[in-house]
Write a protein that binds this ligand. Sequence first.
Ligand SMILES: [Fe+2]
Ligand SMILES: [Fe+2]
Length: 375
Amino acid sequence: MSNASHDRYRENVAGRANVADTPELVAYYGELEQFAAGALWTVANKIEPWQPKSASVPTIWRYRDLRPYVVRSAELVTPEQAGRRVIYLNNPGRRDVAAAVGWLYSGLQTMKPGELASAHAHSASALRFIMEGRGAFTIVDGHKMTLGRNDFVLTPNGTWHEHGVSAEGTPCIWQDGLDIPLVNAMEAGFYVVHPELNQAITHPVDDSTNTWGATALHPQENKWSKPYSPLFKYEWEPTYESLRRYSNATAGSEFDGVLMNYVNPLTGGPVMPTLGASMQMLRPGEKTKAHRHTGSFLYQVAKGSGYSIVNGKRLEWTERDIFCVPSWAFHEHANASQTDDACLFCFNDLPVIHALGLYREQALAENDGHQPVLA
Ligand SMILES: [Fe+2]
Ligand SMILES: [Fe+2]
Protein backbone atom coordinates (compact mmCIF):
# COMPACT_ATOMS: atom_id res chain seq x y z
CA MET A 1 0.00 0.00 0.00
CA SER A 2 1.30 3.47 -0.90
CA ASN A 3 1.77 6.22 1.68
CA ALA A 4 2.13 8.95 -0.99
CA SER A 5 -0.42 11.77 -1.11
CA HIS A 6 -2.97 11.30 -3.85
CA ASP A 7 -4.50 14.77 -3.77
CA ARG A 8 -1.53 16.88 -4.84
CA TYR A 9 -3.17 17.79 -8.19
CA ARG A 10 -6.45 19.02 -6.66
CA GLU A 11 -7.89 22.17 -8.20
CA ASN A 12 -10.64 24.16 -6.53
CA VAL A 13 -12.33 24.88 -9.87
CA ALA A 14 -15.76 23.68 -10.96
CA GLY A 15 -15.39 20.86 -13.46
CA ARG A 16 -11.92 19.85 -12.25
CA ALA A 17 -10.97 17.00 -9.92
CA ASN A 18 -10.96 18.15 -6.28
CA VAL A 19 -10.93 15.17 -3.93
CA ALA A 20 -9.07 15.39 -0.61
CA ASP A 21 -7.34 12.30 0.74
CA THR A 22 -9.09 10.46 3.60
CA PRO A 23 -7.85 7.28 5.27
CA GLU A 24 -10.60 5.36 3.53
CA LEU A 25 -9.76 6.79 0.07
CA VAL A 26 -6.02 6.23 0.49
CA ALA A 27 -6.70 2.61 1.38
CA TYR A 28 -8.97 2.32 -1.64
CA TYR A 29 -6.28 3.78 -3.95
CA GLY A 30 -3.78 1.31 -2.52
CA GLU A 31 -6.07 -1.62 -3.25
CA LEU A 32 -6.55 -0.44 -6.85
CA GLU A 33 -2.78 -0.39 -7.34
CA GLN A 34 -2.69 -4.16 -6.74
CA PHE A 35 -4.77 -4.59 -9.88
CA ALA A 36 -2.72 -2.18 -12.04
CA ALA A 37 -5.50 0.41 -11.84
CA GLY A 38 -6.11 3.83 -10.31
CA ALA A 39 -8.78 6.48 -9.69
CA LEU A 40 -8.72 9.01 -12.53
CA TRP A 41 -9.55 11.95 -10.23
CA THR A 42 -6.14 11.58 -8.53
CA VAL A 43 -4.28 12.29 -11.79
CA ALA A 44 -6.84 13.95 -14.10
CA ASN A 45 -5.62 17.51 -13.54
CA LYS A 46 -2.04 16.38 -14.12
CA ILE A 47 -2.61 14.48 -17.35
CA GLU A 48 -5.08 17.01 -18.74
CA PRO A 49 -3.47 20.42 -18.19
CA TRP A 50 -5.44 23.53 -19.14
CA GLN A 51 -2.95 24.20 -21.92
CA PRO A 52 0.20 22.54 -23.28
CA LYS A 53 2.95 22.32 -20.67
CA SER A 54 6.21 21.73 -22.48
CA ALA A 55 8.96 20.02 -20.52
CA SER A 56 11.46 21.49 -22.99
CA VAL A 57 13.51 24.48 -21.87
CA PRO A 58 14.10 27.36 -24.33
CA THR A 59 17.75 26.67 -25.13
CA ILE A 60 20.43 28.02 -27.46
CA TRP A 61 23.39 25.95 -28.62
CA ARG A 62 26.09 28.37 -29.75
CA TYR A 63 28.34 27.14 -32.53
CA ARG A 64 31.41 28.79 -31.04
CA ASP A 65 30.90 26.64 -27.91
CA LEU A 66 30.10 23.32 -29.60
CA ARG A 67 32.27 23.45 -32.74
CA PRO A 68 35.58 22.64 -30.94
CA TYR A 69 33.97 19.53 -29.43
CA VAL A 70 32.53 18.48 -32.79
CA VAL A 71 35.95 18.89 -34.41
CA ARG A 72 37.58 16.95 -31.57
CA SER A 73 35.17 14.04 -31.97
CA ALA A 74 36.87 13.34 -35.32
CA GLU A 75 40.11 12.62 -33.43
CA LEU A 76 38.45 10.54 -30.72
CA VAL A 77 36.31 8.06 -32.67
CA THR A 78 36.02 6.77 -36.23
CA PRO A 79 32.71 6.60 -38.11
CA GLU A 80 33.14 2.80 -38.08
CA GLN A 81 33.33 2.79 -34.27
CA ALA A 82 30.63 5.36 -33.65
CA GLY A 83 28.28 4.48 -36.50
CA ARG A 84 27.59 8.19 -36.73
CA ARG A 85 30.04 10.69 -35.26
CA VAL A 86 27.57 13.07 -33.72
CA ILE A 87 27.37 15.46 -30.76
CA TYR A 88 23.66 15.58 -29.96
CA LEU A 89 21.68 18.45 -28.53
CA ASN A 90 20.33 17.43 -25.15
CA ASN A 91 17.56 19.75 -23.93
CA PRO A 92 17.78 20.05 -20.11
CA GLY A 93 14.07 19.19 -19.85
CA ARG A 94 14.15 16.26 -22.28
CA ARG A 95 17.24 14.29 -21.30
CA ASP A 96 15.13 11.18 -20.70
CA VAL A 97 14.36 10.95 -24.42
CA ALA A 98 17.52 12.62 -25.86
CA ALA A 99 15.43 15.33 -27.52
CA ALA A 100 16.54 18.82 -28.51
CA VAL A 101 12.94 20.00 -28.13
CA GLY A 102 9.62 18.19 -27.76
CA TRP A 103 9.84 14.93 -29.71
CA LEU A 104 12.61 16.14 -32.03
CA TYR A 105 16.20 14.93 -31.96
CA SER A 106 19.13 16.90 -33.37
CA GLY A 107 22.90 16.69 -33.46
CA LEU A 108 26.03 18.00 -35.14
CA GLN A 109 27.86 15.46 -37.28
CA THR A 110 31.35 15.73 -38.70
CA MET A 111 33.23 13.73 -41.32
CA LYS A 112 36.72 14.07 -42.69
CA PRO A 113 37.76 13.91 -46.36
CA GLY A 114 37.73 10.32 -47.63
CA GLU A 115 35.43 9.04 -44.89
CA LEU A 116 32.25 7.11 -45.71
CA ALA A 117 29.75 5.95 -43.07
CA SER A 118 27.90 2.67 -43.46
CA ALA A 119 24.46 2.64 -45.05
CA HIS A 120 21.40 2.00 -42.94
CA ALA A 121 17.65 2.54 -42.85
CA HIS A 122 15.34 3.41 -39.96
CA SER A 123 11.74 4.25 -39.19
CA ALA A 124 12.71 7.73 -38.04
CA SER A 125 12.61 10.41 -40.72
CA ALA A 126 15.79 12.43 -41.00
CA LEU A 127 17.06 15.63 -42.51
CA ARG A 128 20.36 17.46 -42.57
CA PHE A 129 21.39 21.06 -42.96
CA ILE A 130 24.96 21.66 -44.12
CA MET A 131 26.96 24.00 -41.91
CA GLU A 132 30.52 24.02 -43.24
CA GLY A 133 33.01 22.22 -45.45
CA ARG A 134 33.29 21.11 -49.07
CA GLY A 135 32.82 17.69 -50.64
CA ALA A 136 30.07 16.24 -48.43
CA PHE A 137 27.60 13.89 -50.06
CA THR A 138 24.60 11.80 -49.08
CA ILE A 139 23.25 8.77 -50.91
CA VAL A 140 19.52 8.06 -50.53
CA ASP A 141 18.14 4.89 -52.15
CA GLY A 142 20.84 4.99 -54.82
CA HIS A 143 20.53 8.76 -55.44
CA LYS A 144 23.83 10.52 -54.69
CA MET A 145 23.69 14.19 -53.78
CA THR A 146 26.59 16.60 -53.53
CA LEU A 147 26.15 19.02 -50.64
CA GLY A 148 27.18 22.60 -50.00
CA ARG A 149 26.72 25.16 -47.26
CA ASN A 150 23.09 25.77 -46.24
CA ASP A 151 21.81 22.95 -48.45
CA PHE A 152 18.91 21.03 -46.93
CA VAL A 153 18.68 17.26 -47.49
CA LEU A 154 16.07 14.57 -46.74
CA THR A 155 16.60 10.95 -45.75
CA PRO A 156 12.98 9.82 -45.32
CA ASN A 157 11.61 6.98 -43.20
CA GLY A 158 12.69 3.60 -44.60
CA THR A 159 15.23 4.81 -47.18
CA TRP A 160 18.75 3.40 -47.36
CA HIS A 161 21.13 6.25 -46.68
CA GLU A 162 24.76 6.96 -46.00
CA HIS A 163 26.99 10.01 -45.81
CA GLY A 164 30.56 10.76 -46.71
CA VAL A 165 33.08 13.40 -47.76
CA SER A 166 35.05 13.05 -50.98
CA ALA A 167 38.83 12.65 -50.70
CA GLU A 168 39.32 16.09 -52.34
CA GLY A 169 36.96 17.80 -49.87
CA THR A 170 37.50 19.49 -46.49
CA PRO A 171 36.23 18.45 -43.05
CA CYS A 172 32.45 18.91 -43.06
CA ILE A 173 29.94 19.60 -40.32
CA TRP A 174 26.19 19.43 -40.65
CA GLN A 175 23.12 19.41 -38.43
CA ASP A 176 21.05 16.24 -38.33
CA GLY A 177 17.37 16.46 -37.44
CA LEU A 178 15.21 13.41 -36.76
CA ASP A 179 11.91 12.42 -35.21
CA ILE A 180 13.54 9.61 -33.18
CA PRO A 181 11.89 10.60 -29.86
CA LEU A 182 8.47 10.74 -31.55
CA VAL A 183 8.95 7.36 -33.23
CA ASN A 184 10.09 5.91 -29.91
CA ALA A 185 7.09 7.46 -28.13
CA MET A 186 4.92 5.68 -30.70
CA GLU A 187 6.98 2.51 -30.08
CA ALA A 188 7.38 2.13 -33.82
CA GLY A 189 11.13 2.30 -34.44
CA PHE A 190 13.12 -0.18 -36.55
CA TYR A 191 16.78 0.12 -37.56
CA VAL A 192 18.57 -1.94 -40.23
CA VAL A 193 22.22 -1.89 -41.34
CA HIS A 194 22.67 -2.37 -45.10
CA PRO A 195 23.65 -6.01 -45.76
CA GLU A 196 26.62 -4.89 -47.85
CA LEU A 197 27.43 -1.95 -45.53
CA ASN A 198 27.30 0.43 -48.49
CA GLN A 199 24.80 0.84 -51.30
CA ALA A 200 25.31 1.16 -55.04
CA ILE A 201 24.71 4.50 -56.74
CA THR A 202 21.98 3.64 -59.22
CA HIS A 203 21.04 7.07 -60.59
CA PRO A 204 22.97 10.01 -62.08
CA VAL A 205 24.53 12.20 -59.38
CA ASP A 206 22.13 14.96 -58.24
CA ASP A 207 19.30 13.52 -60.39
CA SER A 208 16.71 14.26 -57.70
CA THR A 209 17.34 18.00 -57.70
CA ASN A 210 17.83 18.05 -61.47
CA THR A 211 14.46 16.30 -61.94
CA TRP A 212 12.29 17.91 -59.27
CA GLY A 213 14.05 21.15 -58.32
CA ALA A 214 12.68 23.40 -61.07
CA THR A 215 10.27 26.15 -60.04
CA ALA A 216 6.69 25.35 -61.14
CA LEU A 217 7.82 22.77 -63.68
CA HIS A 218 7.29 19.04 -63.36
CA PRO A 219 8.90 16.34 -65.47
CA GLN A 220 6.59 14.68 -68.00
CA GLU A 221 7.54 11.25 -66.67
CA ASN A 222 6.20 11.15 -63.16
CA LYS A 223 6.17 7.80 -61.45
CA TRP A 224 6.58 8.93 -57.85
CA SER A 225 4.23 7.27 -55.36
CA LYS A 226 6.14 7.55 -52.07
CA PRO A 227 4.64 9.47 -49.10
CA TYR A 228 7.58 11.89 -49.06
CA SER A 229 9.08 14.43 -51.42
CA PRO A 230 10.90 13.14 -54.52
CA LEU A 231 13.13 16.20 -54.19
CA PHE A 232 15.75 15.11 -51.65
CA LYS A 233 18.04 18.15 -51.80
CA TYR A 234 16.97 21.80 -51.55
CA GLU A 235 19.93 23.97 -52.49
CA TRP A 236 20.70 27.21 -50.70
CA GLU A 237 21.14 29.56 -53.67
CA PRO A 238 17.66 29.08 -55.19
CA THR A 239 16.15 29.07 -51.70
CA TYR A 240 17.72 32.40 -50.80
CA GLU A 241 16.85 33.82 -54.22
CA SER A 242 13.21 32.77 -53.72
CA LEU A 243 13.09 34.48 -50.32
CA ARG A 244 14.71 37.60 -51.72
CA ARG A 245 12.20 37.77 -54.56
CA TYR A 246 9.27 37.02 -52.25
CA SER A 247 10.45 39.82 -49.93
CA ASN A 248 9.93 42.22 -52.84
CA ALA A 249 6.35 41.03 -53.21
CA THR A 250 5.08 40.78 -49.63
CA ALA A 251 4.85 42.79 -46.46
CA GLY A 252 5.64 39.51 -44.69
CA SER A 253 4.13 38.00 -41.59
CA GLU A 254 4.15 40.09 -38.43
CA PHE A 255 5.30 36.96 -36.59
CA ASP A 256 7.81 35.48 -39.04
CA GLY A 257 8.92 38.11 -41.53
CA VAL A 258 9.35 36.51 -44.94
CA LEU A 259 8.91 32.77 -44.51
CA MET A 260 8.73 30.01 -47.10
CA ASN A 261 8.16 26.34 -46.42
CA TYR A 262 10.19 23.62 -48.07
CA VAL A 263 7.56 21.46 -49.77
CA ASN A 264 7.03 18.22 -51.62
CA PRO A 265 6.78 19.58 -55.21
CA LEU A 266 4.10 17.00 -56.08
CA THR A 267 1.72 17.82 -53.26
CA GLY A 268 2.69 21.27 -52.02
CA GLY A 269 2.63 19.66 -48.57
CA PRO A 270 5.42 19.00 -46.11
CA VAL A 271 8.64 17.33 -47.26
CA MET A 272 8.01 14.24 -45.11
CA PRO A 273 4.92 12.95 -43.25
CA THR A 274 6.33 13.76 -39.81
CA LEU A 275 8.81 16.59 -40.31
CA GLY A 276 8.34 20.02 -41.85
CA ALA A 277 10.95 22.66 -42.59
CA SER A 278 11.15 26.31 -43.55
CA MET A 279 13.56 29.11 -44.28
CA GLN A 280 12.68 32.62 -43.20
CA MET A 281 14.21 35.99 -43.87
CA LEU A 282 14.21 38.82 -41.36
CA ARG A 283 14.78 41.99 -43.32
CA PRO A 284 17.30 44.62 -42.12
CA GLY A 285 16.12 45.94 -38.76
CA GLU A 286 13.04 43.71 -38.72
CA LYS A 287 11.52 42.83 -35.33
CA THR A 288 8.58 40.43 -35.34
CA LYS A 289 5.74 40.27 -32.86
CA ALA A 290 5.26 37.44 -30.40
CA HIS A 291 2.85 34.59 -30.79
CA ARG A 292 2.69 31.01 -29.61
CA HIS A 293 1.42 27.82 -31.13
CA THR A 294 1.51 24.07 -30.69
CA GLY A 295 4.39 22.13 -32.25
CA SER A 296 8.11 21.99 -31.51
CA PHE A 297 10.64 24.01 -33.48
CA LEU A 298 14.40 23.93 -33.87
CA TYR A 299 16.05 26.87 -35.64
CA GLN A 300 19.50 27.20 -37.15
CA VAL A 301 20.84 30.61 -38.10
CA ALA A 302 21.75 30.25 -41.77
CA LYS A 303 22.76 33.89 -42.20
CA GLY A 304 23.20 37.03 -40.11
CA SER A 305 22.78 37.75 -36.41
CA GLY A 306 20.09 38.94 -34.04
CA TYR A 307 18.05 37.61 -31.17
CA SER A 308 14.86 35.77 -30.34
CA ILE A 309 12.81 36.02 -27.17
CA VAL A 310 11.31 32.67 -26.17
CA ASN A 311 8.97 32.70 -23.18
CA GLY A 312 10.71 35.82 -21.88
CA LYS A 313 14.23 34.44 -22.38
CA ARG A 314 16.40 36.47 -24.73
CA LEU A 315 18.58 34.26 -26.97
CA GLU A 316 21.30 36.18 -28.84
CA TRP A 317 22.23 34.34 -32.02
CA THR A 318 24.68 34.51 -34.83
CA GLU A 319 25.41 32.36 -37.87
CA ARG A 320 25.30 28.57 -37.18
CA ASP A 321 23.78 28.89 -33.70
CA ILE A 322 20.82 26.60 -33.04
CA PHE A 323 17.92 27.37 -30.70
CA CYS A 324 14.57 25.84 -29.89
CA VAL A 325 11.02 27.06 -29.45
CA PRO A 326 9.02 24.57 -27.36
CA SER A 327 5.33 23.99 -27.93
CA TRP A 328 3.08 26.83 -26.80
CA ALA A 329 6.06 29.08 -25.95
CA PHE A 330 5.72 32.73 -26.95
CA HIS A 331 8.43 33.69 -29.42
CA GLU A 332 9.54 36.69 -31.43
CA HIS A 333 12.59 37.28 -33.61
CA ALA A 334 14.77 40.30 -34.38
CA ASN A 335 17.46 40.98 -36.95
CA ALA A 336 20.27 42.98 -35.29
CA SER A 337 21.55 44.41 -38.57
CA GLN A 338 20.16 47.56 -40.17
CA THR A 339 21.82 46.75 -43.49
CA ASP A 340 21.80 42.96 -44.02
CA ASP A 341 19.05 40.38 -43.91
CA ALA A 342 19.15 37.42 -41.51
CA CYS A 343 17.91 33.94 -42.41
CA LEU A 344 16.65 31.22 -40.06
CA PHE A 345 16.36 27.59 -41.09
CA CYS A 346 13.77 25.70 -39.04
CA PHE A 347 12.52 22.15 -38.80
CA ASN A 348 9.48 21.10 -36.83
CA ASP A 349 6.80 18.50 -36.17
CA LEU A 350 4.00 20.59 -37.69
CA PRO A 351 2.96 17.86 -40.18
CA VAL A 352 2.11 15.63 -37.20
CA ILE A 353 0.41 18.44 -35.30
CA HIS A 354 -1.72 19.34 -38.33
CA ALA A 355 -2.50 15.72 -39.27
CA LEU A 356 -3.80 15.07 -35.77
CA GLY A 357 -5.86 18.26 -35.64
CA LEU A 358 -3.79 19.65 -32.77
CA TYR A 359 -2.69 23.02 -34.17
CA ARG A 360 -3.59 26.08 -32.08
CA GLU A 361 -2.13 29.56 -32.33
CA GLN A 362 -2.39 32.71 -30.26
CA ALA A 363 -0.89 36.16 -30.67
CA LEU A 364 0.46 37.99 -27.64
CA ALA A 365 -2.14 40.66 -26.95
CA GLU A 366 -0.31 42.78 -24.38
CA ASN A 367 2.48 45.32 -24.76
CA ASP A 368 1.98 45.76 -28.55
CA GLY A 369 2.86 42.07 -29.03
CA HIS A 370 6.28 42.11 -27.36
CA GLN A 371 7.26 40.03 -24.33
CA PRO A 372 8.94 41.44 -21.28
CA VAL A 373 12.46 40.01 -21.12
CA LEU A 374 12.80 37.99 -17.94
CA ALA A 375 16.19 36.35 -18.48
FE1 LIG B 1 20.24 7.54 -40.49
FE1 LIG C 1 5.87 30.95 -34.73
